[in-house]
Every structure is written in structure tokens, then in C-alpha cells.
Design a protein around this ligand. Structure first.
Ligand code: NI
Length: 136
């Protein structure tokens, strides 16, 4: 009897999508407004899904208070009001696209959540554009 538990979180962050090995024209054509040299911000919405068996003693899959604190400490404090390209070491060498941000968040959280629980991360970069990563 597996149940999925979800926690939503939010952070604001700046980024720029740019490849140094590409021409300005190609960067602009590929990344558009996200190539702005002065960076720009997004209001990121994060949904963390944890799926697993209900613990018969607590009745929980995972204590949502614990999950909330993990997300806050490990993700939000590191990402919120930051320039992802400059301030977050994981993005020194990779573009902070929604895809890669979701992968980085998943890897961070995976270390904090019991192995027998499934983990999935959904990240909204805008209300209409979002990605999901489940570790595959
Ligand atoms: Ni952008």
C-alpha cells in the first residue's frame, strides 16, 4: 500500500543561460531572454514527491515536518535570492536550466531521504513551464 506525499516550496533566483563556447548569435537564438547578460529572475515553484509504504506505527510515509525542514535547509536556504550561476557551486559548469535545477535538487534531497522511499522533483520556472525528475 504505497502512498505519495507532496510538499510544495518556493524560491526566487536569478540565472543566465549561456555557453561560452558558442557565439553570441547562437546563444541568443537558443536561450532568448534567458541569455540576458545582466541575468534575470524567476519565481520557482518546487514540488517534492515522496512515495512509499505507510509506516504502521506513525501512519506516515514520511513526516511532513521533517520533509519541510529538509527542503528548507538543503534547498531553499541555498537557492533563494541567489544568483544560481554565481552563488551555487553546482552551476559553475552547467547552465541552470529548469531541467538541471531539478536534477541538482533531486540529488541533494536523495541523500536526505530514506532509500526505500521513491523521490520525484517537479520544478515550475513559470506557471506554464515545468519539469520533473525522478532519478532515471
Ligand atoms: Ni530564465
Amino acid at each position: 500500500m504505497k502512498v505519495s506525499v507532496y510538499r510544495k516550496a518556493h524560491f526566487n533566483a536569478a540565472h543566465r543561460l549561456h555557453r561560452k563556447d558558442w557565439s553570441d548569435e547562437r546563444n541568443q537564438a537558443t536561450f532568448g531572454k534567458c541569455n540576458n547578460p545582466s541575468y534575470h529572475g524567476h519565481n520557482y515553484e518546487l514540488i517534492v514527491k515522496v512515495k512509499g509504504e505507510i509506516d504502521p506505527e506513525t501512519g506516515f510515509v514520511i513526516d511532513l515536518k521533517v520533509l519541510k525542514d529538509i527542503i528548507e535547509e538543503k534547498v531553499i536556504e541555498r537557492f533563494d535570492h541567489k544568483n544560481l550561476n554565481v552563488d551555487v557551486e553546482e552551476f559553475q559548469d552547467i547552465n541552470p536550466t529548469a531541467e538541471y535545477i531539478a536534477v541538482v535538487i533531486w540529488r541533494i534531497l536523495r541523500q536526505e531521504i530514506k532509500e526505500d522511499l521513491e523521490l520525484s522533483v517537479t520544478l515550475y520556472e513559470t506557471p506554464r513551464n515545468f519539469v520533473e525528475y525522478s532519478g532515471e
